[in-house]
Design a binder for this molecule. Structure first.
Ligand SMILES: Cc1ncc(COP(=O)(O)O)c(C=O)c1O
Length: 425
């Protein structure tokens, strides 16, 4: 006897709401309070000088270098700023192309444009990250970098992407905003390509409300990014991260400096990222995928190059077609499991401003009439697999305050829908 689905009038598996849906923010507590209090008491809110000795952003950068396994780290004001600085660090400018995935955040598309470079959009595969085959097809002699977006905790096939980057002399920028702390075969993401970017915005795995970071092993990329984030200058704390003398002259940069209050919260969060957040989400994620594989023969999750390295912040069931995905999502939601768009990230090729190629000024490169203006155009047809892949996925979030019994409910609801679906469809 199959249980009657809630969508057909049966009793839902879950009627209680799930705990707070945020990750880093849901574990904010005494550790953050202690470091913020220290900053307030010191009256040193700026990272480079004050009445006392500011050290929070410096400490954050030092501990982040160790945590992510990189030589250089730069605290900045946001994940978007991290992307702008990363591309500046790589010396990206007018005439260059930067390949970005269709499933991305606005900043991934905007960052090349703000440097006058052309974003070229590549399709995703069933990892929900950029498809290495389409990436390779989209590389032209003008391509200087690819931005890999690790989507909602996943790590994709970054090994193949790094290999393609090396072979075709295209720098790999890792956008780790949604997957902070995830690993690929034992190595933290962000340290695998040429430069890594993190966001510490509120809805992230570690948070300081707003904030971000750039990491790299390359001293010149670091120096250019660090100068760009501070009006073209290089203050002593960042110059000290270089092993030798600075290589660059001052230039006209932006201002994306992190302050000490942000640094204090981010530092407290980094110190408990593994123990308070990832240990919980990854354990729940591992149990769910294991138990569902047993209970639902044939069930498929999103593809990955390293299941164990996933940050575990969301479960993606791949129903293979948008039709099946839509039905399964509706049935699971009726069982009381929050389903669906887990972030506002979507196929950016549907965005009106992207299709209109709208910039701050009509003469701005790459689309403006400086030179001939770039002919690149944008529509969903540029990436024909994206919508069907997104539509096939049914997702639900896994957050640090969820208990074993919350996870039992997700497992039971998925199992119930899976078993019913075998007869109803
Ligand atoms: C993939 C991705 N990249 C970059 C960002 C930008 O981060 P921020 O909001 O800190 O600027 C976000 C934010 O949601 C994101 O999801």
């Amino acid at each position: 006897m199959k249980a009657t689905l809630a969508i057909n009038g049966g009793t839902p598996v879950r009627t209680e709401p799930f705990p707070a849906r945020f990750w880093g923010a849901s574990v904010v507590g005494d550790e953050e309070l202690a470091l913020v209090t220290e900053v307030v008491r010191s009256r040193c809110l700026f990272r480079s000088y004050g009445e006392g000795t500011p050290h929070m952003v410096d400490d954050l950068e030092r501990e982040a270098r160790e945590f992510f396994g990189v030589r250089h780290a730069l605290g900045v004001t946001s994940g978007s700023a991290a992307l702008f600085c990363a591309l500046a660090g790589l010396g990206i400018g007018p005439g260059d192309e930067v390949i970005v995935p269709s499933l991305m955040w606005l900043s991934d598309f905007n960052a090349p444009l703000l440097h006058g470079a052309t974003p070229v959009v590549a399709d995703i595969d069933r990892t929900l990250c950029v498809d290495p085959d389409d990436l390779e097809r989209k590389i032209t002699p003008r391509a200087k970098a690819v931005v890999v977006v690790y989507f909602m905790g996943g790590v994709g096939h970054i090994d193949r992407i790094v290999e393609i980057g090396k072979k075709r002399a295209v720098a790999v920028v890792e956008d780790c905003a949604q997957s902070c702390g995830a690993t690929f075969r034992g190595q933290r993401i962000g340290s695998l390509g040429d430069v890594g970017c993190y966001s510490f915005q509120h809805n992230k795995i570690m948070t300081s409300g707003e904030g971000g970071m750039v990491v790299t092993n390359d001293p010149l990329t670091f120096e250019r990014a660090a100068r760009y984030h501070d009006l073209g200058g290089l203050r002593p704390a960042l110059a000290a991260q270089l092993e030798g003398e600075p290589q660059l002259e001052p230039f006209a940069g932006a201002q994306f400096r992190m302050n000490e209050l942000t640094g204090a919260v981010a530092l407290a969060q980094l110190r408990k990222l593994d123990s308070a957040v990832l240990a919980v989400t990854q354990s729940h994620f591992g149990r769910l995928t294991r138990e569902l594989s047993e209970a639902c023969p044939g069930i498929r999750f999103r593809d990955t190059g390293d299941h164990g390295g996933d940050a575990g912040i969301a479960l993606y069931i791949d129903r293979q077609t948008p039709d099946k995905g839509a039905w399964f999502g509706k049935a699971l939601a009726a069982e009381g499991i929050p389903v669906g768009a887990t972030t506002r990230v979507c196929n950016l090729l549907h965005s009106e401003y992207v299709q209109a190629r709208r910039q701050t000024h009509p003469n701005m490169p790459p689309f403006g009439p400086v030179g001939s203006g770039d002919a690149c155009t944008y529509s969903p047809a540029c990436c024909p697999n994206t919508d069907a892949i997104i539509g096939s996925m049914v997702s639900t979030m896994i957050t640090p305050r969820m208990t074993d019994s919350d996870i039992d409910d997700i497992r039971d609801a998925v199992t119930k829908v899976w078993r019913a679906q075998e007869v109803s469809r």
